[in-house]
Design a protein around this ligand. Structure first.
Ligand code: GDP
Length: 305
């Protein structure tokens, strides 16, 4: 399965979120394999109300949600790339994941110490990015000098320049063959990042009213990354509730879905109620084997026996 690593500075809500997701997985464990590999790694189904509704609509006998291996990567502090603290361990943990979820603290709470003294998402994001950039630079410099002039070297030089400029490798416009040429470097800043803006429960209904969230959204777009707003604490509370009470709780907060759910094209299908109705509304289409699957697509596979 896909591996995602949860990173972030201390006290931003990583463990709270990790545990909430894992608990949520356990609560829905009837139909899918769940396990905790060790305290920091869990294989969980992606909590997806959509799938639940779909399996009802199609009267499925068995429902197997997409699973994802989630790694709680603790221990990043300034200086990690220089091997301070658990730095090296931390970086090698990140090297092994396919994507990065960076939890960013957007909630104010005087009782919970912020490592840098105040809530400042931009600075938190910069701290982590810099460590990843330093690590990538080191990785590139180790190899680049050994290369004679070549396409691989060209790609490496482009990426190195971006890194020196404080930009992640994924922001560099590379042709496919160039991407392939640097794949072996396993650059950390090449991995897709989603910023998880952790807000207080009262902000859930209107996240944009929180200036910290706006700041994260801006940085995310500058860094070619996504943003999801959640309240780790609410997710933790949700995970303790029976499924049928969760919606009620969310409604009381003025929202209709858990931050972990994320509805896109799929809405059309649920609204249409059935495949037949979806066809009538013209929402159904045929795609060939080259089709790139989009988030939220509902698919029917046809094959000849
Ligand atoms: P980590 O160090 O990033 O793993 O952070 P934790 O998940 O251990 O959270 C640190 C502290 O912040 C704990 O006391 C949590 O209960 C608290 N916390 C986490 N999320 C929230 C939130 O959304 N709001 C508030 N007020 N506190 C939170």
């Amino acid at each position: 399965s896909l591996r995602a690593g949860i990173v972030g500075l201390p006290n931003v809500g990583k463990s709270t979120l990790f545990n909430a997701i894992v608990e949520n997985g356990k609560a829905q464990a009837a139909n899918f394999p769940f396990c905790t590999i060790n305290p920091n790694v869990g294989v969980v189904a992606i909590p997806d109300l959509r799938l639940h509704i779909l399996s009802k609509l199609s009267k499925s006998q068995q429902t197997v949600p997409t699973s994802i291996e989630l790694v709680d990567i603790a221990g990043l502090v300034k200086g990690a790339s220089k091997g301070e603290g658990l730095g090296n361990q931390f970086l090698s943990n990140i090297r092994e994941v396919d994507s990065i979820l960076q939890v960013v603290r957007c909630f104010e709470d005087d009782d919970i110490v912020h490592v840098n003294g105040k809530v400042d998402p931009k600075s938190d994001i910069d701290v982590i990015n810099l460590e990843l950039i330093f690590s990538d630079l080191e990785q590139i410099e180790k190899r680049i000098d050994k290369l004679k002039k070549s396409k691989t070297k060209d790609a490496q030089v482009k990426v190195k320049e971006a890194l020196m400029d404080g930009k992640p490798a994924r922001s560099v416009d590379l042709a496919d063959h160039e991407k392939e040429a640097i794949q072996h470097l396993c650059l950390l800043t090449m991995k897709p990042v989603i910023y998880v803006a952790n807000v207080t429960e009262s902000d859930l209904a209107d996240p944009d009213s929180n200036p910290h969230v706006k700041e994260v959204a801006k940085v995310a777009s500058d860094l070619q990354s996504g943003i999801v707003t959640i309240s780790a604490q609410v997710e933790a509370e949700l995970s303790e509730l029976p499924l049928e009470e969760r919606l009620e709780y969310l409604k009381s907060l003025g929202v209709t879905e858990s931050g972990l759910g994320n509805l896109v094209a799929y809405d059309d299908f649920v609204a249409a109620g059935s495949l037949g109705a979806a066809r009538e509304k013209g929402l159904l289409r045929l795609e060939g084997k080259d089709y790139i699957v989009q988030e939220g697509d509902v698919m029917l596979f046809r094959f000849n026996v």
